[in-house]
Design a protein around this ligand. Sequence first.
Ligand code: NAP
Length: 239
Amino acid sequence: MTSQTPADGAGRPAAKDPWDLPDVSGLTVGVLGGTGDQGRGLAYRLAVAGHTVVIGSRSADRATAAADEIGHGVLGRDNAGCARESDVVIVAVPWEGHAPTLAGLREELAGKLVVDCVNPLGFDRKGAYPLVPDEGSAAEQAAALLPDSRVTAAFHHLSAVLLQDPSVERIETDVMVLGESRADCAVVQALAARIPGMRGIFAGRLRNAHQVESLVANLIAVNRRYTTHAGIRLTGTGL
Ligand SMILES: NC(=O)c1ccc[n+]([C@@H]2O[C@H](COP(=O)([O-])OP(=O)(O)OC[C@H]3O[C@@H](n4cnc5c(N)ncnc54)[C@H](OP(=O)(O)O)[C@@H]3O)[C@@H](O)[C@H]2O)c1
């Protein structure tokens, strides 16, 4: 983990280097809904990066079968077992299963760092559009349902197709990481950086998660127009 930041001459703590991220290589990562495309892709990439990865499912048998298909030592458990055995737990279930899944795992997720990557979207004949959860965003719903967990939001803008394709060696994209605790966000940023080509960028508190989740509707439009798997890059001095 990072060292304490020295104080400046006036006794104020100097601003911490935002690229000074903790060593997360020893963390076990769980993926709820890990039998789906996004979960499989993240599990594959993080396992290749050297993490112990546990994918979760509503069915332990489905989880085991999917884990065997992914390989690289990925383990399969039911969602509760996945949550219990992991240090960091990525939520990768469809929006419609988000609230019931998390409400049922409050105990197992207590004390854990939860990373929500769920994009509440609707689809009609005009394409994808954002839904507006009562809580403001999927991430804020997670925080409301999991008061004993450390909830962050990240990995919204990744292509599950690219994540799962072993011929793709680098995924050149930024991962916007949101949360109430800078230390927790730094862990998630460091986790993103374990995947070649990716950077984790702190992008604000959970109250700003809605527009990050919603941006996926725009990326889907880009994908359709240009037949691609669009990601995002943030630019600017210091980035
Ligand atoms: N696909 C992408 O490119 C992508 C990119 C970024 C973010 N995301 C987000 O990641 C999440 C998962 O996306 P996905 O494409 O992987 O979804 P998915 O394949 O439709 O679902 C993932 C897994 O969730 C479980 N599940 C399905 N319905 C459920 C329900 N009602 N309650 C609880 N679990 C349920 C299923 O596993 P079991 O049947 O084994 O339990 C399924 O394999 C979504 O919220 C999406 O917004 C997706």
